[in-house]
Design a protein around this ligand. Structure first.
Ligand code: ASP
Length: 412
């Protein structure tokens, strides 16, 4: 199964062209947007359509294949450890940048009058953690509650080998068959990525073309804030994660270039969940990670591992504190670091989830929730960047874990 949409131009170039032409079309001819936006909508819908069955079937098949769960504990711990350490590194990068460059001080930012709407989405941390265990699996599938689905699939798959061997074989074959089928369907949908991305980008930029105030505001401290988030994301993706890959004997350059399609899709959709089918396909096909490891690390990563969001949460909250003229104590900064990590873990892989989760950190350190209004104007482009890093972090985890389990990555 080769990912070649045409013989001449490879898929990631097609996507790159779609991204640029989409942005230019939206900016210079915004009236065209309604005629092409539907391509983006259908693309997103089809990705969301396959993500739940894809995750369900591949995890169950993967678990059944792992056997009676001997390797599961080790692999699970390694994966979670990887996610924890890389997210912490991302937060510390953001922390250092925002503390030294102080984007919120003296930037002439206006304090927001009031900001409604955030409380409605606010969830308590406890609620989020308990929500991991679905009481109704059909509800979890329809919401979708990805962590709930992952937990149910892991349990279901882990018990298949406990069945009488003939039955276990039949059920495993069935799930493996369905999981291959879902990957085939994914591959089919991926072929339409350039069209989908063209539609999405045209609409996105057409909207900005109508209200260019976001651009004009960039002269203030908000511009520096946006640059810090973007710079931090680039540093973490290109330097920190490259270093991690390098120390594990994986070529960062090779990995980065193999993930171009995935990165561009994450960037254009601002959704880790929507990108999941692609990252599964690419990590298996291009890097050579086994289905077993890809189906464990990537869905879990798309839900809990958010390097970009973690970094962004930390920078944004400290920026808001600076604009309000509040200097945080060391204890409060530690609380920001810890809650930024939790907020990133709790953010769903959908657009703007990180912005909504920020209320957790703001209330933990006693900052006004209205502060979120300060950063709204530049949130969309930052969401695109942080999503790309979120997904890239997941793919790095997949190749590192696979390599540590003795799989040959990028061989041949
Ligand atoms: N959009 C991000 C994602 O899907 C989450 C966020 O808003 O930070 O990964």
């Amino acid at each position: 199964m080769e990912l070649k949409a045409t013989k001449k131009i490879s898929l990631h170039w097609q996507i790159m062209i779609a991204l640029i032409t989409g942005a230019l079309t939206g900016w210079y001819f915004p009236s065209i947007s309604p005629y092409v936006h539907w391509m983006g909508i259908i693309f997103l819908k089809t990705l969301k359509m396959i993500v739940v069955p894809l995750v369900f079937f591949t995890i169950v098949a993967g678990m059944a294949g792992i056997g009676r769960g001997e390797n599961l504990g080790r692999m699970g711990l390694k994966t979670l450890g990887f996610y924890f350490v890389t997210m912490l590194l991302a937060i510390l990068t953001g922390l250092i940048l925002v503390i030294t460059l102080k984007p919120g001080i003296g930037g002439g930012m206006q304090l927001p009058e009031g900001f409604e709407g955030l409380q409605a989405h606010q969830k308590k941390l406890g609620e989020i953690l308990l929500g991991v265990f679905p009481e109704n699996i059909f509800k979890a599938f329809s919401e979708p509650n990805m962590l709930g689905i992952i937990i149910f699939s892991i349990l279901l798959g882990a018990f298949i080998p406990a069945l009488e061997s003939h039955t276990a074989r039949k059920i495993t074959d069935l799930f493996e068959g369905f999981s291959s089928l879902m990957l085939k369907l994914t591959l089919f949908i991926i072929r339409f990525t350039p069209l989908g991305i063209f539609g999405l980008l045209t609409e996105l930029t057409a909207r900005q073309a109508g209200s260019p105030e976001a651009l004009s505001r960039l002269g203030s401290g908000l511009g520096l804030y946006a640059l810090i988030v973007a710079g931090g994301i680039l540093f973490h993706g290109l330097f920190t994660l490259s270093l991690v890959l390098y120390t594990q004997g994986i070529s960062p350059l090779k990995h980065f270039s193999s993930m171009t399609t995935v990165l561009l899709t994450a960037f254009s959709t601002s959704s880790s969940n929507a990108t999941l089918p692609l990252s599964m396909e690419e990590v298996i096909q291009k890097a050579g990670v086994s289905k077993k490891i890809a189906s464990f690390t990537l869905p879990l990563g798309a839900t809990v591992n958010m390097n970009g969001t973690a970094l962004y949460e930390c920078v944004a909250v400290l920026f808001i504190a600076q604009v309000y003229g509040l200097s945080l104590s060391l204890t409060q900064i530690i609380i920001v670091v810890v809650t930024a990590l939790l907020a990133a873990v709790g953010s769903a892989g959908v657009p703007m989830a990180g912005l909504v989760m920020m209320s957790i950190i703001l209330s933990a350190v006693g900052l006004p929730l209205e502060g979120v209004a300060l950063i709204l104007a530049v949130d969309r482009p930052l969401d695109m960047l942080r999503t790309a890093l979120n997904v890239y972090g997941d793919t790095c985890a997949a190749v590192v874990i696979a390599k540590s389990e003795g799989e040959s990555i990028y061989s041949g």
